[in-house]
Design a protein around this ligand. Structure first.
Ligand code: C5P
Length: 457
């Protein structure tokens, strides 16, 4: 999706009905997408006999809606989600039968149902036999759509028809239909840019580009005990880390998920190591890192867990009474990811030199900030990370527990890339795209030299 075209950031609902011209839907999707639109396709039952939903799904990146009674996997009603979020509905080709149903408000298919339920502008491009188009019934239906409903009609053209006859009934040229959609939307604001509210995107099939790689992911938030029943914790649910683990599994990686207080379902297929406290997370990480034989135990570490920065110095063995209140003495925790980087680069935990681990693991950190992300580049340098994924957790739709995230990614070359608001799974796949690239570079360069180390704290 580009943001530059005349439909940048727009969601266009393309309704296809059962005409021979339905095959042109694939090209229409391409033209709309080239203008920057996100396209979701709806088919009437007869249209499914002309075009295969699978092809349209692959092209549009959305599940095709064809059953007016079907619910989405998350329980929402598909055509209502489309009706409420699309910037325009375009029905192309529109058959005589569909025009008749629409003119009478007969919402028996997803395309009519969406038009009835939507306040978005509607563009209709009829296509049929010339006599059918000229019939007074069709003329009256088209007039009703245009004059009473305010729909924009893109008149069919004259030319050879499927019947072998010449006449007016050929679907208008596709660029004319696209231009009508652009004009119908005009300067209306985008109805919703939030991918979590729009119809869900289907995950694009990914190559198994992490096959043979061991990826370790930490997820969730650590809990530091105050007494046997209370702890200092944080708001992390583990959703982002679990999304990374799932995406890595789907791309063929062997995945170890170190789970600290994760409150979402854990992915099947990953080796799960439970860690509650920062000390347990540290032990799990060092054990996964290996290195006794000089070999790194993993190819990449994605450190998505929110690690406590302070821990009570002397947790109580028995439950503390409310009494007169409580003062807690807290000690800073070690920076775990920085320690992993140091060890990988050839320093042991006490700072003594030894052989760098080989091959050099790629290490990705996260930084949850509130407000400016300006500290993030310094954090990447200080910790010696390959990649730092920073987000403003105070922003709506981004951060703890949400399905989406808007992140800015910093890398070792000093480059900074701001990604749009995306489902966490898409963020995960984009992070892994960068990891795959870094691993490939590492392998081609045979790179094992020590990487920049955090200044000792
Ligand atoms: O410095 P800050 O807490 O913002 O850094 C966040 C990154 O560092 C995350 O990847 C987090 O998992 C990691 N971290 C850590 N050990 C700590 C604190 C944070 O590994 N004690």
């Amino acid at each position: 999706m580009t943001v530059d075209g005349r439909l940048g950031g727009r969601l266009i609902a393309l309704g296809v009905t059962g005409s021979i011209a339905a095959y042109k839907a694939t090209e229409l999707i391409r033209l709309l997408a080239a203008e920057g639109a996100d396209v979701v396709v709806m088919l009437t039952p007869s249209a499914t006999r002309f075009v295969a939903p699978l092809a349209l799904e692959a092209l549009s990146g959305h599940a095709v809606e064809s059953d007016v009674l079907a619910l989405l996997p998350d329980g929402r009603i598909g055509h209502i989600v489309i009706a409420d979020t699309c910037d325009a509905v375009v029905v192309a080709p529109a058959t005589a039968s569909w025009l008749g149903a629409m003119a009478n408000g007969l919402a028996g298919d997803v395309v009519t149902a969406t038009c009835l339920a939507s306040s978005a502008p509607v563009v209709v491009a009829p296509a049929m036999d010339g006599e059918m188009y000229a019939h007074p019934a069709t003329t009256a239906n088209v007039a009703r759509l245009r004059d009473t409903f305010g729909y924009r009609i893109v008149e069919p053209e004259e030319g050879p028809l499927a019947s072998g006859q010449l006449g007016v009934g050929r679907l208008a040229a596709l660029p004319t239909i696209v231009a009508a959609v652009v004009a119908a939307i005009g300067d209306r604001p985008v109805r919703t840019a939030d991918p979590a509210v729009r119809p869900a995107r289907v995950a694009a099939p990914r190559p198994a580009d992490l096959a043979g790689r061991h990826v370790v992911v930490t997820a969730g938030g650590t809990r530091e005990p105050i007494d046997p029943v209370r702890f200092i914790g944080n708001r992390s649910t583990g959703r982002m880390g679990v999304a990374v683990a799932e995406a890595a599994l789907a791309r063929g990686a062997e995945v170890t998920l170190i789970a600290a207080g994760v409150s979402v379902d854990l992915p099947a297929g990953a080796a799960i190591v439970a860690a509650e406290t920062t000390a347990q997370l540290r032990a799990a990480l060092l054990s996964a890192l290996g290195g006794a034989d000089g070999r790194a135990g993993f190819d990449a570490l994605v450190m998505a867990a929110a690690v406590a920065d302070f821990t009570p110095i002397a947790p109580a063995d028995t439950k503390l009474a409310r009494g007169a209140g409580l003062r807690l003495d807290l000690a800073p925790t070690p920076d775990l990811v920085a320690e992993v980087v140091r060890i990988a680069a050839g320093l042991d935990s006490a700072g003594a030199s030894r052989r760098p681990l080989s091959p050099r693991p790629i290490i990705v950190g996260f930084a949850a900030e509130t407000g400016s992300l300006d500290r993030a580049a310094g954090k990447l340098q200080r910790k010696g990370l390959d990649l730092l994924v920073a987000n403003d957790v105070a922003e709506p739709g981004s951060g703890f527990g949400s399905e989406t995230n808007r992140v800015t990614v910093f890398d070792r070359d000093g480059d900074r890339e701001a990604w749009p608001l995306l489902p966490k799974r898409d963020v995960a796949d984009r992070i892994l795209d960068r990891v795959v690239r870094a691993l490939d570079e590492r392998d081609t360069m045979g790179q094992t030299e020590p990487i920049e180390q955090e200044s000792q704290r």
